[in-house]
Design a binder for this molecule. Sequence first.
Ligand code: S3P
Length: 170
Amino acid sequence: MKNIVLIGFMGVGKGSVAREVIKHSDYIAIDTDDLIESMENRKIKSIFELEGEEYFRKLEKKVAHWLEQSVKDTLISTGGGFYKQKNIKKIGTIVLLDSPFDEIIKRIKEHPNALKKLKKRPLLQDLQKAKEIYDVRRPDYLKLADVVIDVTNKPALECARELLKKVKKL
Ligand code: S3P
């Protein structure tokens, strides 16, 4: 089994889809943000506040190197900016979870934990700026992806099933 690398914008549902994939397959799942938080023993929000984005990106680079060298048979959820890591294609099959910006924001706002979900993401504090980031990233996400799943209005389980089917066919 080749690694699966889940990419996509903040709040698109990478974590939820990953949890369904592992329920219905032999994959183990890890998350680059969780790895960074445990390496640093503090939250992403405080890493951004105290050290800045550049420091965070260096940690992502370290994680990317480790993933390439040491991880196999794994579903890897990534932070929305992880796609910039130069070796990402060497880590595994890239699966993009795709949805229009407004739908992603709607999805977050409708979540029972909406406030927490918004607060923990430093780059989602200003929605106008977030939209600009989305517009820059989306073409790059699409270029990188081996598989694209449109997650708009689709339950995580359905997305997970589609993902496993499409990855199997590669
Ligand atoms: C980021 C996305 C976040 C997290 C950090 C930066 C980004 O992860 O890595 O706040 O640059 O898009 P999620 O995509 O899980 O929100």
